[in-house]
Write a protein that binds this ligand. Structure first.
Ligand code: SF4
Ligand code: SF4
Length: 95
């Protein structure tokens, strides 16, 4: 076997431009629940933003604003981690 090259000497295999993939609307299938926020209770800790597995928490700069239901799966994690009870899960059909 020949001498191994350093990674800097390897020929690039491919280059992919960032942020060119189409956005996937993962919210097209959901558990049947959607989160609702009471902004008067929100202390802007952003734990929901940190823990949401689908990046469905919308911010205005660094302030919690609400949810992007285009990608929210209704998993309830945001409601579970919210320390102030600002997030409630409700039935999607409003029932
Ligand atoms: S219910 Fe789940 S997917 Fe939807 S905003 Fe909360 S943590 Fe994110
Ligand atoms: S976890 Fe609750 S208190 Fe914290 S930013 Fe989200 S909604 Fe606001």
């Amino acid at each position: 076997m020949g001498e191994l090259k350093s990674w800097q000497e390897l020929t690039p295999g491919a280059a992919i431009d960032p942020q060119t993939a189409p956005r996937v609307e993962t919210g097209s299938w959901r558990t049947g629940l959607v989160p609702e926020a009471d902004l008067s209770k929100c202390v802007n800790c952003l734990l929901c933003w940190i823990y949401c597995p689908d990046s469905a928490i919308e911010l205005d700069g660094t302030s919690f604003q609400g949810f992007d239901l285009g990608v929210c799966k209704g998993c309830e994690i945001c409601a579970e981690v919210c320390p102030s009870g600002a997030i409630l899960m409700v039935a999607e059909d409003g029932a």
